[in-house]
Design a binder for this molecule. Structure first.
Ligand code: ADP
Length: 365
């Protein structure tokens, strides 16, 4: 656990960057520091690995005051990922990842084979290993940056705006694969971002900073959306909070699904039991979209499929269920189980009724 106790930082020029910061970043969890620019997020993060020393207060790692540990020893326990990866330009990808373990005495072969393992873990194909950083895209470089930070298997990881320098599509991919990786490695992570959506998506816990380097609120993403501590947090978290909060509520088994008539491409409408909209499924019974049998002629063709509806996962969130219903041409949102097989459908009304029931049950208990 990383602990801040009444930590403040005043820079020599008199700037009060961080003021009386107290919070914990629990082990195995991802804590995101978020807030407007200049509110002390980076300063706070750099006080963890002592790139910056606090003016007041104590930062400790698993109960040990970081000032009592040699700074170099401390940093061995703390991986560090920065924006734009910060790779060594004259070393190949694999040597970038192997550099620190080599410095710490690992054999060349051992360090390289571990580096290749890590590159695979962060989703980078082996064929990139011999390239130089400039021969990679920004997103690929960032993956190498993550692999390099994990090379010595440190228990703690600091990430400074790690996904900010890439375009939105690549950013989403990097975030998703990083979440997947974290499920595997379970590091104690502190990440800085100015992007509240990134914070809510990635954080197990989110610390919202306000100007003057004070903490406005520390909470889970669901709590921040449902119970912002004050007007500043509410405003910073932004609009559509009610709808976004549904993204953190699992679609429980108590939402009842209706059965749907299914059909495959190539089927003859005359052979189908049903005479209006039905679900087109592939060979694995995964839903592709809807077809209106009244408009289909001799056989159901791919070009007749309406792909507009999203498909929710049975173990996904209420937001996914509602979105599936709202985006469906029939108002019936498709829900798929493990392996993508169609499980049934749900309407927006049913989702809303479910939410109302849960709310009443919550109030009653
Ligand atoms: P954030 O990461 O939230 O954008 P920072 O921690 O970088 O904020 O900065 C907090 C405040 O401290 C800002 O007002 C910034 O200008 C100031 N600051 C950062 N580094 C220094 C420094 N080395 N000397 C003086 N002021 C600094």
């Amino acid at each position: 656990m990383i602990t801040f106790e009444h930590v403040s930082k005043v820079y020599p020029d008199g700037t009060h960057a961080v003021h009386d910061l107290t919070f914990d970043a629990p082990n195995g969890r991802l804590t995101v520091l978020v807030g407007p620019s200049g509110c002390g997020k980076t300063t706070s993060m750099r006080m963890i690995n002592r790139l910056i020393d606090p003016t007041e207060g104590v930062v400790s790692l698993d109960g040990q005051d970081t000032r009592s540990v040699d700074a170099i020893d401390l940093r061995r326990k703390i991986g560090y990922v920065i924006q734009s990866a910060g790779l060594f330009p004259h070393r190949t990808v694999v040597d970038n990842v192997a550099a620190l373990p080599r410095l710490l005495g690992a054999g060349k072969k051992e360090a390289r084979s571990r580096a290749l393992e890590l590159l695979a873990k962060v989703g980078l194909d082996e064929r990139y290993a011999r390239r130089y950083p400039y021969q990679l895209s920004g997103g690929q470089q960032q993956r190498v940056g993550v692999a390099r930070a994990l090379a010595t298997d440190p228990p703690f990881l600091l990430m400074d705006e790690p996904f900010s320098a890439v375009d939105p599509v690549v950013r989403t991919q990097l975030q998703d694969s990083f979440l997947q990786l974290q499920r595997d490695i379970g590091k104690t992570i502190v990440m800085v971002t100015h992007d509240i959506d990134e914070a809510l998506k990635l954080g197990d816990q989110v610390a919202v900073f306000r100007e003057g380097g004070t903490l406005a609120q520390v909470a889970t993403p669901a709590e921040l959306l449902a119970h912002p501590a004050d007007a500043f947090v509410a405003d910073f978290v932004g609009a559509s909070r009610g709808y976004r909060a549904l993204g953190f509520v699992e679609a429980t088994a108590t939402v009842e699904l209706a059965d749907e008539v299914t059909v495959r491409v190539g089927a003859r409408p005359a052979d189908v039991v049903g005479d209006a909209w039905c679900v087109v499924v592939d060979d694995a019974d995964a839903p592709l979209g809807w077809v209106d049998l009244r408009a289909a002629r001799d056989v159901v063709e791919e070009r007749q499929i309406d792909f507009s509806g999203t498909v929710a996962r049975a173990d996904g969130s209420l937001r996914d269920l509602l979105d599936a219903a709202l985006s469906s041409p029939t108002g019936r949102g498709l829900v798929a189980g493990p392996g993508g097989r169609l499980r049934g459908s749900v309407t927006a009304d049913e989702v809303l009724r479910h939410i109302a029931r849960e709310r009443e049950a919550g109030v009653a208990s």
